[in-house]
Design a protein. Structure first.
Length: 332
């Protein structure tokens, strides 16, 4: 074949190749580059409270402002392993706890209001004040109820994919849309224990399908570790069955409704991070927050479903770091 024909065809093909390479980079580069792997590079401490022994990560300046990270279901402080290094800086004390029955924390009482009480005892035991809460999933709802009751100890509140108003309380199970049959089953007194305790549906099905990039074997093993038996999964069951749906449980519904009133009125700084498509806090609810809450910063962390810390930890950390710097008092 004539060399000039080969060269000409090469030039014709080149733009298509460039487009293909750019497409691959756009689809996989930024998100996959955010992944660090399964390692948990922290040593946990423990503190005893009246009803529990609570495990937690505590890094940074021990005299600095406490930034407390709260996970949800079915995770633990492990969820924050890639976010914490990007937020650590002089003057900050980073604390990521395991809720009771999750991770390495043990004790009694696993429902939402039980966990509010455990959080209260944990904060008292460590003598924390001027706290920034960074929350996810039911860590947001639990943190919000605590914050509404202890506003004098709160400096700011950040959330991503948080189970808090207006996401919860839910009017009924049908409000979950395509996921309604799943939640109806998990809330049922007969099928709930089967799906959560026996089938381990939260770890084996819901978690992997709620992460944009597949979790590898070591990451899945880390998430499975706290829940090896049906008995060990009771905390997941109690948390899910205590979520306020259709006015039940009444005490949780009342507590979160009261927290929602405070949430709409307080001037405390707030950070809402969202992803596309998201699940609990998509873009439309970030817009709701901007229109209905005071002193709100909105941040976009890229493509993601629910466990955004497994997809975009660096982006989350950058948003948090910038927001936290904005909260710092100006130098004299």
């Amino acid at each position: 074949m004539n060399i000039f024909v080969v060269v000409w065809r090469g030039f014709r093909i080149l733009p298509a190749l460039i487009v293909a390479v750019m497409a691959v980079a756009l689809l996989s580069g930024p998100a996959s580059a955010d992944r660090y792997g399964a390692a948990f590079p922290f040593t946990k401490k423990t503190v005893s409270t009246p009803r529990a022994t609570i495990a937690y990560v505590d890094i940074g300046d021990p005299d600095g402002q406490p930034i407390v990270f709260l996970h949800g279901v079915p995770t633990s402080s492990y969820l924050w392993r890639h976010v914490l290094p990007g937020v650590e800086s002089h003057g900050r004390r980073l604390i990521a706890l395991d809720f009771v029955g999750f991770g390495d924390s043990t004790g009694t009482g696993y429902g939402i209001l039980d966990q509010v009480g455990h959080l209260e005892s944990f904060i008292e035991a460590l003598g924390l004040s001027n706290i920034v809460l960074v929350t996810h999933d039911w860590g947001a709802g639990i943190g919000l109820i605590w914050a509404s009751r202890h506003a004098q100890k709160l400096a700011a509140f950040a959330t991503m994919e948080g189970a808090l108003p207006p996401v919860y309380p839910r009017p009924d199970v049908n409000s979950f849309g395509p996921m309604a049959p799943l939640f109806r089953r998990m809330r049922d007194p007969v099928t709930g224990p089967i799906s959560i305790l026996q089938e381990n549906i939260w770890i084996e099905k819901i978690l992997p399908k709620s992460v944009r990039l597949p979790l590898d074997k070591k990451e899945m093993a880390a998430y499975r570790r706290p829940f090896p038996t049906p008995e060990s999964r009771v905390p997941i069951l109690e948390m899910i069955q205590s979520a306020p749906i259709g006015g039940q449980p009444a005490d949780v519904t009342v507590a979160l409704d009261a927290a929602a009133v405070w949430w709409r009125e307080t001037d405390v700084p707030k950070l809402f991070l969202y992803a596309r498509p998201g699940r609990l806090l998509p873009k439309r609810l970030a817009k709701w927050a901007a229109a209905n809450l005071k002193n709100v910063t909105i941040g976009y962390v890229g493509p993601g479903v629910h466990f955004l810390q497994e997809t975009s930890p660096r982006r989350i950390a950058r948003h948090l770091d910038k927001w936290l710097r904005g909260l710092d008092p100006p130098p004299n």
